[in-house]
Every structure is written in C-alpha cells, then in structure tokens.
Design a binder for this molecule. Structure first.
Ligand code: C2O
Length: 497
C-alpha cells in the first residue's frame, strides 16, 4: 500500500489494516465473575532462584526478543483448561479490578496498586520462564520516561518495535485492539523524564506516592493511566475500549506487562531518592491469591513485594548507558569531538541517579505555623460513569482554564498551575459502593508544587481550584471540551500534611 497520504487518511488506512487482521468484534469485555477461584491455597514461601534482571525493552538482544516472543506464544497456546493461560492471566487482573462485582476490593484506587501489580507480574514472569525452560527469564520494561539522547536513542515514546508488526498469529506480542501505529508518539510532558522527576519531587511522602487504604497512589492516575488510554483508547475516549483502555481486559495486551514493569521500577526510583520507607503494617498485611508457575493457587502478601530482592529475587538493569558527570568536574570545560567517547574515571556510570534530577526541594511553608509540610489538594468521591474514560486537568489559581486553553499548554503537570492531570482508566463493572451507572469512587491527594503552595499560603487558603474535563479523539490529537460532562465529586479542599 502506498504511504504518500495526508496524515488523516493514513490513520484511516491503518485502522482499516488493523480490522483486516482478523480481530474478533470487540464485544467480549467481561463483566461479572472473571477468574477461577477454586483450588487449595498455599502460602508463598519466597523465591529460591538466582536474581533475575529486568532490562529495558530497548536493550534486549535479538535472542532475548525471540525468547520473549516464544514465551508469550507458549502462554497463548496453553489449553484453556490451564489456569495460567494468557486469558486466565488477564482475568485475574479483571477479578482484582472488582470484576467479580462482589467483595474483592479493587486494587487500583488505593495503596494496593503498587504491591499488587508487583506480585502479579512476578507470577507471570515465573510462568513465562517455566514455559521457555529459563529460570532466569525476566520481563522487560518499557521505559517511556527515558529521555532522548545519543546513548539512549529516541524511540522511547513509541510502542516498542517487538510489540508491533505482524499480527496476532505471527507475533505473540501483537494485540489488534490497540489504537496506535508505529509512528504514534506519546506526549513527553505526560510521561517523559521531566514529568517523572516532578512526580517524584512532589510526592515525597509515603502516603502521596504509595497512596493510602482509601486514596490513590500518585502514579496511578498520572503516567500509568495516560499510557493505558494512549494505547487503548477508542476513537471516542469517553467510550471504554478493550484491551488496554479498560481494566477488565488490559492485561490481554502483552504490552501491559512491559508498561507495568516500568511502573514497578518507579517504586525503585522513589526509594533511590528518598530511601526505603517504613511500610505501615496494614500495608504489608494486604494479601492476594494468584496461580503460580506450577499451577498452585498461592497467597502472596504486600510484604513479599516490599522485600523484592530477597522474596521475589529480581532487580532492574539501568535503562541505557547513561553517564553522569562527576559534579567535581562540572566546572571544567569539556570539548567533545566527534568520534567514540572515551569514559575516564571522572565519569561514573550511575544511570538511576541521573534520572533523579532535579534534587528534592526543601519545603518551607508557614501555614498555621506548620513548616516543612506539604500543601495537599484533596479531590474526593470522584466518579465517572463505568463505561467512560476521563481526563481531568486540575488547576490552582487559573479560573479561566478551559479544554481549549489546555490544548495549547504543553507544560508538565505538577510544575505550575496545572497541578495534576488525571487519566482515569475505566472499569466497566460498577464498584459495590458506586451509584448505578457510575463507576468507582476515587480519592486523590495532589501535592502542590512549591511555588503554588507558597501562593496558597499567601492567599491564606483562598484559592481557585478548576477542574477541566478534556476529551480527545486520539491522545495527542486535537483536544476539546467533552460534549457531556459526567463527572461528579465532592468540593475540593486543601490541607497541610
Ligand atoms: Cu491493573 Cu495498569 O492496571
């Protein structure tokens, strides 16, 4: 097919090609009971294997990509009676997003988010390793937050090549329910290095970063939700679409696991910045049941997740050979000439800390005599209809913000008056506490950036909070106000935490 076409027509053609690849009609989003629940439950006793190393998808060797594809192929080929099969794995995710509609709490809008996904990935990783007879097999991560550079490459904002190309029968990493092409590029302001640095800077306490028993982890509605909706949105983002665009089916897309490995890696980046937190006992006691690689129902606890290195036995390889210049030699003028770069002793490899810049700011507010605290905006009981995705831009002291003005603004959320941007991935099964036709009630705590917090202090708390719902046909495409706004929430308030 000739590709000398205007972009709009080109995307129509791509859509037509996708349809020609034999996807069944996207109508089987499960609602109701979606995971096998029978079998004797054993307690997880800790991984006894060697340390597995998760690498950036962009750094896998050709042989490693081949093994990854083989592993997912074997997973897809397991007989449907096997509880570890590809669909069963995805249904476990469905189950834990309250897909059984009864009493299994949703692991997405609270502090279960990070540890649950960590142990969920662990079980898939071990299963894939077993299927390819490689106990050292490790999932790759899609590091969308690695910035462009000569050393790291420039492609991190696109769906990694191994997951594209071919079709569902020739490439086990392919998923036909995506709305992306090889040229679709994510917005760096939403997932790039500055966004992640801001997210880590602003969310400097356990409660903000990990969430609480009733409030969301800062990671979840931010970069996490953005990537889900970017990969899986339909032409109308307000209509939930499988696979990545709706929680019940998200894990059917092999890309889900690479995305979540990177989300999991953010936990490590947070620790690299602030140190290991004191995990509350109630956090560590959370536990869930999975099918392990030997088809045994296994109970795992959040404390297995917090003891990643000893209980789960994996670590993350750096995303790319970044080099961090030793601060002692920053004053020197270094002239680089074209040609191979010689790394001398003054240059130390330390990629994870290179991502940590800029350093943590000290917070010196004085609201009601509280100094050094975070100023936090609370959005509570946020509800969108179960069938709809939502993007909500949250502004402080910018009462004239509209969807149209937002479209022109590519500032990084969390750095100015755009204090947060929430990408809400829908779950079609209404939560037990939700109103009929509405989805789960979500609670967000948004740490205000230092300059905005200071503004709030000067105004003695008298500030304007503006929530702008945004509708897009394709993320990255034209933005506008949605035709109908079906979001409800309580009146926002600000506290000093
Ligand atoms: Cu369990 Cu990215 O969702």
């Amino acid at each position: 097919m000739k590709r000398t076409l205007v972009p709009g027509l080109l995307s129509l053609l791509i859509a037509a090609e996708v349809l020609a690849q034999g996807c069944p009609p996207p109508s089987n989003i499960p609602v109701g009971s979606c995971a096998p629940k029978s079998g004797i439950i054993s307690n997880f006793t800790g991984d006894t294997g060697a340390m597995r190393v998760r690498k950036s998808i962009y750094r896998l060797s050709a042989a490693e990509v081949t093994e990854l594809k083989l592993a997912f192929k074997k997973l897809r080929e397991l007989p449907s009676s096997d509880p570890r099969t590809w669909l069963a794995q995805a249904n476990v995710h469905c189950w834990y997003c309250a897909g059984d509609g009864t009493n299994v709490p949703d692991v997405h809008p609270n502090w279960a988010f990070l540890p649950w996904h960590r142990v969920y990935l662990y079980n898939l990783e071990k299963t894939l390793g077993k299927l390819v007879n490689n106990p050292n097999f490790a999932l790759p991560y899609w590091d969308w937050n690695t910035g462009d550079s000569a050393l790291c490459g420039t492609s991190h904002l696109k769906v990694p090549a191994p997951y594209m190309g071919g079709d569902a029968t020739t490439n086990s990493l392919f998923d036909c329910y995506r709305n992306v092409s090889t040229s679709s590029t994510m917005d760096p302001a939403r997932v790039g290095p500055a966004r992640i640095a801001t997210l880590l800077n602003n969310n400097n306490t356990f409660d903000l970063f990990f969430g609480t028993a009733s409030t969301s982890s800062a990671v979840s509605p931010g970069p996490h939700g953005y990537v889900h909706l970017f990969v899986g949105n339909s032409t109308n983002i307000n209509v939930a679409k499988q696979d990545m665009g709706v929680l019940e089916t998200a894990a059917r897309d092999p890309l889900f696991w690479a995305h979540h490995a990177n989300i999991d890696r953010l936990w490590e980046l947070w620790i690299a910045k602030y140190g290991t937190p004191t995990y509350p006992q109630a956090f560590k006691d959370q536990n869930w049941v999975f099918w392990n690689q030997n088809t045994v129902r296994t109970r795992m606890k959040a404390s297995d997740a917090t003891d990643r290195a000893t209980r789960l036995k994996y670590r993350y390889d750096p995303p790319c050979p970044l080099i961090l210049v030793n601060p002692n030699i920053l004053a020197q003028v270094i002239t680089l000439t074209p040609g191979p770069l010689t790394v001398r002793t003054a240059v130390v490899p330390s990629p994870e800390s290179a991502e940590m810049e800029p350093p943590r700011e000290t917070r010196e507010f004085n609201i009601n005599g509280d100094t050094g605290k975070n100023v936090v905006l609370h959005l509570e009981d946020v509800e969108v209809p179960a069938d709809e995705s939502a993007i909500l831009r949250v502004y402080v002291n910018q009462p004239d913000a509209t969807a149209e003005s937002a479209a022109a603004d590519d500032s990084v959320p969390g750095t100015g008056r755009l204090v947060e941007e929430l990408f809400i991935v829908p779950a079609k099964t209404p939560g037990s506490g939700g109103h009929e036709g509405h989805g789960h009630k979500l609670h967000f705590k948004i740490a205000l950036p230092p300059d905005i917090a200071a503004e709030v202090e000067r105004a003695k708390g008298d500030v304007a909070v503006t929530i702008v719902p945004v509708s897009v046909s394709v993320l990255g495409g034209p933005e506008s106000a949605p035709a109908a706004v079906n979001v409800r929430m309580k009146k926002p308030y600000i506290s000093v935490d």
